[in-house]
Structures are given as structure tokens and as C-alpha cells.
Design a protein around this ligand. Structure first.
Ligand SMILES: Cc1cc2nc3c(=O)[nH]c(=O)nc-3n(C[C@H](O)[C@H](O)[C@H](O)COP(=O)(O)OP(=O)(O)OC[C@H]3O[C@@H](n4cnc5c(N)ncnc54)[C@H](O)[C@@H]3O)c2cc1C
Ligand SMILES: NC(=O)c1ccc[n+]([C@@H]2O[C@H](COP(=O)([O-])OP(=O)(O)OC[C@H]3O[C@@H](n4cnc5c(N)ncnc54)[C@H](O)[C@@H]3O)[C@@H](O)[C@H]2O)c1
Length: 479
């Protein structure tokens, strides 16, 4: 079967999906299995950013780093610690091996086996209903743009000419950085800072504002204390004015101070991948967040077109792209009305301790609900499993709105990413604090934290309440 578009002529499928990353693959797999004809166009590697240069390699690298860290951290458990010896090329092979193990699931062969026509070429709109890719012309009933995002490189004088890494090159780096400078203290910057530090690199993060600035500030503080204690140098409010190469990299801060390192990773956010796609030829409105879509993820200016994932401008997560895919399938194939909500989409930053959240920030919830809003929280120091594992730093915090409804929450600590699932379910289904408090969580698990945080919401009403005490005494008289 041809792997580019050259021999295919004009194709007229139900759906043409542009981009075979998290969003595009989910749309294509779902749609073809429901009977739609699908053309999927991918210019680069099948699997997109998540598999090749994002979630998968970053979490695999963090896993290796965690092992190295644990070897040096046995003392409190009565286990003699050993300094870890890191074999950088073996760590690389581990990361590659994890990608290779997942790749078949996203492969051209698997999708062709499902009945999808896969074109390995760069797609470009030539008019409002036609895309060209390689030698093929595609005129589908509907388009789904799923082209993702690319790393943003800020216009710092000298940076373009200075050798620097991004997520696209970091995981293939052959040599171990002696001193990794990281521009940007968001999720990519902080996850990679901890991974490299634990694998034996010196690491300095230069963040223009507040590190982990999108997280709950109290939760971010817990993670930042841990990272600093491990030796990650984190410089906040650090404005880089110039960059220069040579023997390594030198960054000059506003004010003149210089910071030097062996390598530089740029992780200052993402830009939608729309270059060369020909959106203007197709009357597809777009801005610097991505394709301009309505609540149903449909282009506001070309109704044949949907956008999903990073390029839809509503957040950058694999699970969000997957969620978008489900909505678009419902809309494009079954013509059902759909509305993309954001309030129930969880987010996790995989530092150790992890930070996980869903719903609005505490400040947003307070502004929206005033007196009818409250916070219920539990410190992990009160959870027996956390005590047993000496992982007591952190907390679970629930945001509770009118009528006891769970609006969202934040968990910071070991396993926070697993714990947030139940809070996300509560938000998505409109559950109340009483529902979470009534859940039976197995003992001893971190899962108790969400239940007991919800319980803390009721404790003053139940335990400090003279009416409750009076009722109990009264009922006791009846034997
Ligand atoms: C370092 C890093 C770590 C991350 N970790 C996590 C995490 O732990 N959890 C999480 O949920 N998210 C994480 N993300 C975010 C996640 O990777 C993205 O949100 C997700 O990949 C978005 O999926 P997508 O389908 O929108 O785009 P992508 O996966 O980027 O796929 C887009 C595809 O479109 C192709 N393409 C682009 N233009 C064209 C064109 N004109 N023609 C044909 N093909 C084209 C590209 O080659 C690419 O394969 C991470 C991202 C990074 C960078
Ligand atoms: N665990 C996850 O789910 C995960 C992990 C990594 C990435 N991602 C996704 O990828 C997205 C992109 O991550 P990111 O960390 O690149 O971006 P980000 O936008 O989340 O964070 C970028 C950080 O860089 C800082 N910054 C911007 N310009 C700067 C400059 N010139 N100098 C110094 N600092 C500067 C910002 O203040 C911000 O703190 C995330 O928002 C997230 O959606 C998710």
C-alpha cells in the first residue's frame, strides 16, 4: 500500500482527519469502527507529540529518575541507601523502548487494519472543501483538524542562534547534560528539571514569573520545596535578556547577571501547529490560540471543519484531545448537539510530589459563589498509608459550592494523579460532598484522602453541633 498520497487521485470520504496524534487517532479509530469512511493524514510520526516527544518519553524518563532517587533515599525505612549509577545510554534505551512498546497501537498498520486510509504527507487546504496531501486530493464530507502544537521559542536576542533543546529534541539527546538550564517553570520545565536532577545533572530553572504558576499556589509551594530540596535551582521572576552559545550556553538576565550551563531546554509554552495548512484559503478563522471553534468544536467560519486537541485552543492534554474526539464523532457522524465543557477535565503535573487538579481555582470559585463556597481539606499527614510510606507532604482540597456540590479540587502528594479521578467524576456528574464522604475507600490507601477531605466539610456540622448531641441523648432514653 502506498505510504504517501501520490497514487491516490481524489478521495471523497466521510471524514478527513489531519494529524495522527492523540486527537486525530481517536477520531479516526472511533469513526471508522462506527462505519464511516476515513482518510487520516500525518506529516510526521504516527502518534504525534504524546507518543514521540511528550507524555510517553517524559513519563518514562521520570520513572527512571524516580528509581535513581529511591536508591539514595532508603535510610528512613531502615534500608541502606546506595548512590545510583546512571548509565545515560541505557536510560535513553529505556525511554525508546517504552515508545516502541506503545507505537504499534498508533501505527499506520493498525489504522489501515481498521479500514482507515492513511496518507503520510503534509496536508494543505486549497479551498474551503479540499485538502491536498502529497499527490492526493481529499474532498470529504467533514474535516477534523488535529495538528497539535509546537514549542514556542521566545524572541530573546541571540536565542535563535544559540543551540537549544525543545521537547522535540530533548529525548534523543545522546549525552548527559552536565548542567541543564531550563527556560520556563511550567509543567514541562519542572517535570524535566526533576527528572534530570535525579539522573545526576545540575539543573537551573529560569522562570519569568512564578514557577508552576498555573497551579494552586499552596500546592505549587509543596512541590517547589521538594524540588529545591533535591537540588534543583529555581530562579523565579528571572527575565532573560540575551542568550549566547560557545562552550555551552550563557544566559544574561535583565540587570546583567549571567547564568551558564552546558545545555538549554526551552519550555515556555506552545503555539498551535497551523503553519502551511492553508487555513485562509479555506475560510477557517484562527488566532494565536488555534482554530476558532464554537462550543461544539466546529469552526465558526467553515462549518465543514472541526478542530480537536491542542489546536482547538482549549488546553493541551492528551485526555482532553481524546474527550474532544468523542464529541466530534457524535456531532459529525450522528449530528447530535455537543458542547465541550472544561470544568471536569483533570490536569496533573507529574513532579514528585504530583500536583493534580480539576475545576476552577479557589479564587475563581470564591469569586463566583461568595458565601456559598467553602474549602474542605485534609493533610496527607493524616492518611495512614502516607505515614507508612513516609510521603506525608501534601494535601487534598475540595472546593464545595452551593448545595454541597463539588466544584473541583486539588491534590498534591504521592499518587495525586490517581486520586483526582474520583474528584473529576464528582465534578462531571454534579455529585455532592456527601457523596464523596459516603464512599467507602479501601484502607490503607491514598484514596481515603478525597473521602476524608469531604468528611471534613461535615465534621463541624456533625461533631460540634449541640442539636445533634441533644438528639442522640434523647433517642438513647428510648432504650
Ligand atoms: C514534554 C511534554 C509532556 C507532556 N505530558 C503530558 C502528560 O503527561 N499528560 C497529558 O495529558 N498531556 C501531556 N502533554 C501534552 C500532550 O502531548 C498534547 O496535549 C497532545 O499530544 C495533543 O494531541 P493532539 O492530537 O492535539 O496533537 P499531537 O499529538 O501533537 O498530534 C498532531 C499531529 O499532527 C501532525 N501534523 C501537524 N500539521 C500537519 C499537517 N499540516 N499535515 C499533516 N499532519 C500534520 C503532527 O506531525 C502530529 O503528529 C505533554 C506535552 C509535552 C510537549
Ligand atoms: N503533565 C502534563 O499533563 C503535562 C506535562 C507537560 C506539558 N503539558 C502540556 O503542555 C503545555 C505546555 O507546557 P509548558 O511548560 O511549555 O508551558 P506553560 O505555558 O504551561 O508554562 C510555561 C512557563 O514558561 C514561563 N515563561 C514564558 N516565557 C518565558 C521566558 N521568556 N523566560 C522564562 N520563562 C518564561 C511562563 O511564565 C510559564 O510559567 C502545558 O500547559 C500542558 O498543557 C502537560
Amino acid at each position: 500500500m502506498a505510504r504517501d498520497g501520490a497514487s491516490r487521485g481524489t478521495l471523497t470520504p466521510d471524514l478527513c482527519v489531519i494529524g495522527a496524534g492523540s486527537g486525530g487517532l481517536s477520531v479516526a479509530a472511533g469513526a471508522v469502527q462506527m462505519g464511516a469512511s476515513v482518510v487520516l493524514i500525518e506529516a510526521g510520526e504516527m502518534g504525534g507529540d504524546c507518543l514521540n516527544a511528550g507524555c510517553v518519553p517524559s513519563k518514562a524518563l521520570l520513572a527512571a529518575a524516580k528509581h535513581a532517587h529511591m536508591m539514595g533515599a532508603g535510610a528512613p525505612f531502615g534500608v541502606r541507601p546506595q548512590p545510583a549509577e546512571v548509565d545515560w545510554s541505557a536510560v535513553r534505551a529505556h525511554v525508546r523502548g517504552v515508545i516502541d512498546a506503545i507505537a504499534p497501537h498508533d501505527s499506520q498498520e493498525r489504522f489501515e487494519g481498521l479500514g482507515v486510509t492513511v496518507l503520510r504527507a503534509f496536508a494543505r487546504f486549497v479551498d474551503d472543501r479540499t485538502v491536498e496531501a502529497g499527490g492526493a486530493t481529499v474532498r470529504p464530507r467533514r474535516f477534523v483538524i488535529a495538528t497539535g502544537s509546537r514549542p514556542r521559542v521566545p524572541p530573546i536576542p541571540g536565542l535563535a542562534e544559540t543551540p537549544h533543546l525543545t521537547n522535540e529534541t530533548l529525548f534523543a539527546l545522546a549525552e548527559k547534560p552536565a548542567h541543564l538550564l531550563i527556560l520556563g517553570g511550567g509543567p514541562i520545565g519542572m517535570e524535566m528539571a526533576q527528572a534530570h536532577r535525579r539522573l545526576g545533572c545540575a539543573v537551573t530553572v529560569l522562570e519569568a514569573g512564578r514557577a508552576l504558576g498555573r497551579e494552586d499556589p499552596e500546592a505549587a509551594a509543596v512541590a517547589l520545596v521538594a524540588l529545591r530540596a533535591e537540588g534543583v535551582a529555581i530562579r523565579e521572576n528571572a527575565k532573560v535578556a540575551a542568550a549566547a552559545g560557545g562552550d555551552g550556553v550563557t544566559l544574561t538576565l535583565e540587570g546583567g547577571e549571567t547564568v551558564a550551563g552546558s545545555h538549554l531546554l526551552v519550555a515556555v509554552g506552545r503555539a498551535p501547529a497551523l503553519d502551511g495548512l492553508g487555513l485562509d484559503a479555506a475560510n477557517i478563522a484562527h488566532d494565536d490560540r488555534g482554530v476558532t471553534v464554537d462550543a461544539g468544536l466546529r469552526s465558526v467560519s467553515n462549518r465543514r471543519v472541526y478542530a480537536v486537541g491542542d489546536v482547538a485552543g482549549r488546553g493541551q492534554f492528551t485526555h482532553l484531545a481524546g474527550h474532544h474526539a468523542g464529541l466530534v464523532i457524535r456531532s459529525a457522524l450522528f449530528r447530535l448537539p455537543v458542547k465541550a465543557r472544561g470544568d471536569h477535565i483533570p490536569r496533573v503535573t507529574f513532579t514528585d510530589p504530583e500536583i493534580a487538579a480539576v475545576g476552577p481555582s479557589e479564587a475563581e470559585a470564591r469569586a463566583a459563589h461568595g458565601d456559598r463556597f467553602s474549602v474542605a481539606r485534609l493533610d496527607l499527614a493524616e492518611v495512614d498509608r502516607a505515614r507508612a510510606e513516609r510521603a506525608t507532604e501534601g494535601f487534598a482540597k475540595l472546593l464545595i459550592g452551593p448545595g454541597g456540590r463539588v466544584l473541583g479540587g486539588t491534590v498534591v502528594g504521592r499518587g495525586a494523579g490517581e486520586l483526582i479521578g474520583v474528584v473529576a467524576l464528582a465534578v462531571s456528574k454534579g455529585l455532592k460532598a456527601g457523596d464523596l464522604a459516603g464512599m467507602v475507600a479501601p484502607y490503607p490507601t491514598y484514596g481515603e484522602a478525597a473521602k476524608r477531605a469531604a468528611g471534613a466539610h461535615f465534621a463541624p456540622k456533625l461533631f460540634g453541633n449541640p442539636w445533634v448531641k441533644r438528639a442522640v441523648r434523647l433517642l438513647a432514653r428510648f432504650g
